[in-house]
Design a protein around this ligand. Structure first.
Ligand SMILES: Nc1ncnc2c1ncn2[C@@H]1O[C@H](COP(=O)(O)OP(=O)(O)OP(=O)(O)O)[C@@H](O)[C@H]1O
Ligand SMILES: [Mg+2]
Length: 309
């Protein structure tokens, strides 16, 4: 009998022992769990703070980059200014000569008694034609130097024409024959004046290459075609091309092979085209370099009716 009670007490004691052990383990586990939760919360908070710091830094860096690009674009615009003022001089030469001939004729006309109403009318009309020509040149340049603040729908061909017209005297001076054919208005969405500036960069680079390599028959072909939802413009010159090692670097900031170059021109080109959600590429052809600019075209249903007519 004693043995039986003893066994029961032993079993109870073992059970109590188990329960106590279980309770202690449970408490330890709960404590550990709480500690883990605490750690987890601390880590999460720290992580959130880190992420938000990181986000802030990314934003700050992006803003800094934007500012840097803006300054570079301004800088490059100013760098091109000297060259363009030279072009204004060239483009004014002809109307100025015209005006001076008309004015010099007055005294002679007086001597020969030719001054009458009709003479005055012709004098005024011809004078005004020359003055209007000069004024249009200045307007073109002024427009060119006003950066577009907001994107707008514009004609790619007009923007290319604007750059060609501003640079025409320089092209003539260096005997560069530009072939630019377009059959229709190609509408895109972006910054027209900046696009003209991009074209001007490509023209000045081609001019430099023609001069450095002493090319005889200087040609620059400009072609526009559609590729899916993009308008692609090819600028192909026969100025000798780009060193294979340099091909991948020409769009990097400050990459230049010229003693007086800044290396900003093509970097700026890339920034402007990318701001228009487009892309730039370069390749060598048989006799020269080809720059390929793609920008998304504006679907015809999105073009304001004023522009489509
Ligand atoms: N049409 C081209 N033919 C041959 N090389 C070219 C042509 N266009 C660009 N390059 C090369 O690419 C380099 C970078 O051009 P980018 O316009 O960025 O700078 P840059 O012309 O050297 O200087 P900047 O335009 O600032 O005066 C040039 O130095 C030249 O070596
Ligand atoms: Mg350049």
């Amino acid at each position: 009998m004693h043995g039986f009670y003893f066994s029961i007490i032993l079993v109870i004691l073992i059970l109590v022992g188990f329960i106590l052990r279980y309770m202690i383990t449970y408490r330890v586990l709960v404590k550990k769990l709480k500690e883990s939760e605490e750690n987890y919360r601390e880590l999460t908070e720290k992580y959130e703070v880190d992420v938000s710091n990181l986000e802030n830094r990314v934003k700050q860096e992006a803003a800094k980059n934007e500012q840097k690009d803006h300054l570079l674009i301004q800088h490059s615009r100013l760098a091109a200014m000297g060259e363009l003022i030279d072009s204004i001089g060239h483009q004014w030469r002809q109307p100025l000569n015209g005006l001076s001939l008309i004015i010099q004729d007055v005294r002679e006309a007086l001597q020969f008694g030719e001054i009458n109403d009709q003479y005055i009318d012709t004098f005024t009309k011809e004078g005004m034609i020359q003055i209007k020509h000069m004024s249009r040149t200045i307007d073109d340049f002024r427009k060119f130097y006003q950066p577009n603040k907001e994107k707008c729908t514009f004609s790619l061909s007009d923007s290319i024409e604007a750059a060609l017209s501003i640079y025409s005297s320089n092209l003539k001076k260096h005997d560069i024959h530009v072939e630019f054919e377009y059959r229709e208005q190609h509408m895109v969405f972006g910054f027209p004046n900046e696009y003209s500036q991009v074209v001007l960069n490509i023209l000045t680079n081609a001019r430099d290459a023609f001069v450095v390599n002493g090319i005889k028959n200087r040609r620059l072909d400009i072609n526009i075609h559609t590729d899916g939802s993009f308008l692609v413009v090819l600028f192909t010159d026969n100025a000798g091309g780009i060193e294979p090692d340099s091909l991948s670097k020409v769009f990097e900031p400050y990459f230049t092979t010229k003693s007086n170059g800044t290396g900003i021109g093509l970097y700026m080109t890339k920034i402007i085209i990318e701001k228009m959600n487009g892309s730039v590429k370069v390749e060598n052809t048989d006799g020269g370099a080809r720059f390929i600019l793609s920008v998304p075209k504006v679907a015809s249903e999105n073009i304001p009716s004023l522009i489509t007519v």
